[in-house]
Ligand binder design. Structure first.
Ligand code: ATP
Length: 354
């Protein structure tokens, strides 16, 4: 299968800044990739290189198997939706959507039909004659998406497509964006610094840091099986417990925290000696029976309500402090000072060498 996009050892510097250091990856046709990472890690540079606004210092970029070296942006069949998606303010919605079609010499007779199709796709039928300032933020965002997709590009690049919207609209448009991309069948690369957005939009996530791809994989794999401390922390809230391996079996290790809390951890690695484990708050189980089997005694230090979840801060008798996330339901209540049993399922931890 020919990759829709392929980077082969691509490096890019801006003066002293290494924006990308020798990165390689490939994207399958029709796949949606989320590029996730902190500010300045090189996400936008990846998009700008694919679009042809920048040239790599080293390495090759291929689109549909064709090397892009020397091709101008307009010679690449790539749809773009850049940050803040500046629509042309003096043009109507229809003119905005048709812009790329006119510039790519699309047969003029077919342009109105294509615009109508795009309006339907982004659910803006009837809005064609409005100007951007007569639209809500979400509507403007959808016009920008329609403009990016109007030329039926085989590849679309979306840089923080939902960042200008408020949280509620962002959540709603995530699903719409996914539907639209699926309907068009384009390969898509979406840049975001929001891990939730990356997990909900990307079929695969590339987690970037300092010009490198730290890990790539399906959202659940990256979330539950991070292979570095950076990825574990970047993907979401994490408890870290320091200690060492106290016993080893074929598919498990016994982990002993510095404070003496011992529990088994499922692992296929060959780790021994000093170690730390990462465990997501939602994996930490609390039982109101403080002496339940296999649990360590803990005391509730604080309860933080976060809408759908509560974070229960726990001080364990061993001296460790960890956080458990549990659903915010009226029938489950924990109070400060309450004694509880705390346990961690052996398969919910990831072990790292220290
Ligand atoms: P953000 O999430 O803040 O948009 P990003 O991950 O998209 O960040 P890039 O825009 O790709 O990051 O930038 C990567 C690095 O390259 C940064 O350190 C940035 O300052 C630098 N950089 C990017 N473009 C230029 C430029 N034209 N001139 C100089 N430095 C640049």
């Amino acid at each position: 299968m020919i990759s829709a996009v392929e980077f082969q050892g691509v490096s890019k510097r801006f003066g002293e800044t290494v924006a990308l250091g020798n990165i390689s990856f490939s994207v399958n046709p029709g796949e949606t990739i989320a590029l996730l990472g902190p500010s300045g890690c090189g996400k936008t540079t990846v998009l700008r290189l694919i679009a042809g606004f920048e040239r790599p210092d080293k390495g090759s970029i291929l689109i549909d198997g064709m090397p892009m070296a020397g091709l101008k942006p307009y010679e690449r069949n790539v749809g773009l939706l850049f940050q803040h998606y500046a629509l042309f303010p003096h043009m109507t919605v229809e003119q905005n959507i048709g812009y790329g079609l006119r510039h790519r010499n699309h047969p003029p007779g077919q342009i109105p039909r294509r615009i109508a199709e795009m309006l339907e796709l982004v659910r803006l039928v009837g809005f064609g004659q409005r100007r951007p300032h007569q639209l809500s933020g979400g509507q403007q965002q959808r016009v920008a998406l329609a403009r990016a997709l109007a030329t039926h590009p085989s590849l679309v690049l979306l840089d923080e497509p939902l960042s200008a919207l408020d949280a509620k609209l962002r959540h709603e448009l995530r699903t719409e964006l996914k539907d639209v991309l699926a309907a068009v069948g384009s390969t898509a690369i979406v840049v975001t610094h929001d891990q939730e957005e990356a997990m909900s939009l990307g079929e695969r996530i590339f987690v970037m840091n300092r010009g490198a791809i730290m890990q790539s994989g399906r959202p659940d794999d990256v979330y539950w099986r991070p292979d570095s401390r950076f990825v574990a922390d970047f993907m979401g809230r994490t408890n870290w417990i320091h200690g060492s391996i106290s016993a080893a079996g074929e598919s498990y290790r016994k982990f002993r925290s510095e404070s003496g809390w011992e529990f088994p951890v499922v692992t296929t690695g060959s780790l021994s000696g000093a170690a730390e484990i990462c465990v997501r708050p939602e994996s930490v189980e609390i039982s109101s029976d403080a002496r339940s089997a296999g649990a360590v005694l803990g005391r509730v230090a604080d309860v933080v309500t976060l809408g759908a979840f509560r974070h229960v801060v726990l001080d364990l008798v061993s001296g460790d402090r960890i956080i458990s996330a549990c659903p915010n339901r009226p029938d489950i209540a924990f109070t400060r000072g309450q004694e509880v049993g705390v346990s961690i399922p052996p398969e919910a931890c990831v072990l790292f060498a220290r």
